[in-house]
Design a protein around this ligand. Sequence first.
Ligand code: NAP
Length: 367
Amino acid sequence: MSTQPRIVLIGATGYTGTLVAGELAGGASPFVLTGRDSSKLGRLARDLGVAETRVVDVTNRGSLRRALRPGDVVINCAGPFTDLGEAVVAACIESGTHYVDTTGEQRFMKRIFDHYDRAARDAGVVVANAMAFEYAIGDCAVAVAAEGLATPLPSVDVTYAWPGGAAASSRGTRRSMLRVLREGGYMYRGGEWRTQAVGAQRRTVRLPDGTSRAALSFPAGETLSVPRHLEVEEVRGWIVAGRYAAAVMPLVSGVLPSLVRLSSPVTERVLRGAPDGPPEEARKASRFTIQVEAAGADGARRAVSVRGQDPYGLTAIIAVHGAMRVLESAGTRSGVLTPAQLLEPAAFLEMLAPYGLTWNEHSPRAA
Ligand SMILES: NC(=O)c1ccc[n+]([C@@H]2O[C@H](COP(=O)([O-])OP(=O)(O)OC[C@H]3O[C@@H](n4cnc5c(N)ncnc54)[C@H](OP(=O)(O)O)[C@@H]3O)[C@@H](O)[C@H]2O)c1
């Protein structure tokens, strides 16, 4: 058996996992596909012409531990991470296996930062959450926007605009979003993370296409990651919303967690009957903008606007790139790292250009 480090994909049979598996099958690194359902896993392996598979249910400690080898790197796509992710992080650290995931769940990310950084350092293991469309691109765009600005930065704002995103998201993303709406999230101010209900605040943003749109506060991962690599006083996450949602959400944001909790048996039943995600053509056509605005201590301001399409296809590329980066830099770094700490931010955005990502730096536009 080869002792060359491998990429171990967890949740390979899901919507995102299947795209990651496709990326791995087209690359040169040794890898193994894992899933909890052996027949689904067998079908995927046959479709991709892949030999090495293993049944792993992350709720079964034994099956998880048997799949991990010191020096390997896991790509975890088994969500919701609030329910399933922590056991995988803990098992990876215990076995000396590096860890990368596609989570977009801010509270889960905070738990990993708060509770596993020391253990990961002691074990010489890298743990990197959110190596995905959300939030690797935004975290790296903030690092680029902040270059040359005087610190401490008084504020950083990150805005996501994904028109039709609700319809273009996978069943797994919807499940994860329900966890986010139920748990609420954090914004960063004055050296600490403060809880904030989703949609509690509203502001108007000017997008690169010149339009002014209403945006709602949203627990973006950058509010956790940016203070870890930049000296900053305030970090806020926003999501562009339709007129109705922008008017109603600030009024109901306080009761939203209870509403989501009460309706979860019904929503789960609806989700079970829903398709696993958008068909390929719709997935590839789905467009997004991420705009970051950073203020410097001397009053200077810089913005970076990123535009792209196919968030799930990009996620697969980003997750594999992140895993490769971990393997290349093995032994030189350890602990829980943000995307901007693991990657070289500007080079990372350039790496995504052949996949349709464009980005430019400019002065922030008045809304
Ligand atoms: N941050 C971002 O930009 C971004 C982008 C894409 C995805 N994501 C996140 O990635 C996660 C996956 O998304 P998705 O679209 O692929 O969802 P999905 O299609 O529902 O896939 C979930 C995967 O988890 C597996 N799973 C569930 N319970 C498991 C267990 N106990 N043991 C092992 N595997 C288990 C499922 O296995 P089965 O196939 O057997 O059901 C499936 O493979 C979600 O949390 C989503 O929010 C985030």
